[in-house]
Design a protein around this ligand. Structure first.
Ligand code: AMP
Ligand code: FE
Ligand code: FE
Ligand code: ZN
Length: 286
């Protein structure tokens, strides 16, 4: 069984529409696909309508959060939320606020670039992004590619958009304990995404993950393209100690990233455990 539980569509910063994402998953031979756009459920309906025999769909999202880093400071963490009720009031409000704040933030980054003479038009960039989809740095990276400043999205991140770069503005972030509570109250299951992806920026310590587990976190993403063997080993051990579920996923973003669908996979027993714990919505079969 190939089970990929972390992917993005054009509802956030992927390049496949939700229907194209499902078609690509069928093409890649996946048995189960999760759609987990940043801070939105806008892609769920289109993805569900595109389902084909032989494939099941897990509806979810990825929430941007701020967390204690375990060293006296804070850092960004991403929380995957699965099978929650998309109409849950507090969650809808949190998604709406995140998307609104992300637009302001992306405009700010774009303005800083324009002020530096880079060929970026903040107005045009924002105008091209629908309100119900989630604005992110990859949209700006694509604009830099279109303007001929860089030749790939990766190069745009390496030169201009990474967390340590001069234009960086943090994204809208919900305190992680609040986000956990939102997921729980919406009947969802929470999995901490790419927790030890050191290359992406600062990460949390094992103690923080233990605190999150005590606060209701259900699982950790162990097999992720940005996790080296050492990170995977540490997380797997920690999950065992803390009784957390383990997932593996590609974090596919279409052509915005070089990973491919199904590059990493989740064990069927883990998916069953996720389905058992969720009370929001069910895994969809065509
Ligand atoms: P944002 O949510 O706007 O802060 O942007 C984060 C997104 O940018 C992530 O979900 C990734 O899709 C993408 N990203 C982050 N770092 C890189 C990188 N080095 N190369 C390509 N994409 C990246
Ligand atoms: Fe992304
Ligand atoms: Fe993420
Ligand atoms: Zn992601």
């Amino acid at each position: 069984m190939r089970i990929d539980l972390h992917t993005h569509s054009t509802a956030s910063d992927g390049t496949d529409t939700p229907a194209e994402l499902v078609a690509a998953a069928v093409e890649a031979g996946l048995d189960v696909l999760a759609i987990t756009d940043h801070d939105t459920t806008a892609g769920w309906v289109e993805a569900a309508e595109a389902l084909r025999p032989g494939m099941r769909l897990v509806r979810g999202a990825e929430l941007s959060c701020i967390s204690p880093d375990g060293r006296g400071g804070t850092c960004t963490v991403h929380l995957l939320a699965y099978l929650y009720d998309p109409a849950a009031d507090a969650m809808v409000r949190a998604h709406d606020r995140s998307r609104a704040e992300r637009r302001v933030r992306l405009r700010r980054i774009a303005e800083r670039m324009a002020a530096d003479g880079l060929p970026i038009d903040p107005e045009a960039l924002l105008a091209a992004l629908p309100l119900e989809s989630t604005a992110g740095r990859p949209h700006l990276a694509m604009a830099l590619v279109r303007a001929g400043v860089v030749s790939t999205v990766d190069e745009a991140f390496a030169r201009f958009l990474n967390d340590r770069g001069r234009y960086y503005v943090p994204s809208s972030r919900t305190p992680v304990l609040e986000a956990l509570d939102l997921v729980i109250r919406a009947g969802g299951v929470s999995v901490l995404a790419h927790a030890f992806a050191y290359r992406r920026g600062p990460t949390v310590t094992a103690d923080v993950i233990a605190d999150l587990a005590a606060a209701g976190l259900h699982g950790v993403e162990v097999d992720h393209p940005n996790h080296d063997p050492d990170a995977r080993g540490k997380l797997r051990g920690l999950a065992g100690e803390l009784g957390l579920l383990i997932t593996g996923s590609s974090d596919y973003h279409g052509t915005n990233k070089t990973v491919h669908l199904g590059q990493e996979s989740t064990d069927p027993e883990m998916l069953d455990a996720i389905a058992d714990k969720a009370t929001g919505v069910e895994i969809l079969a065509p």
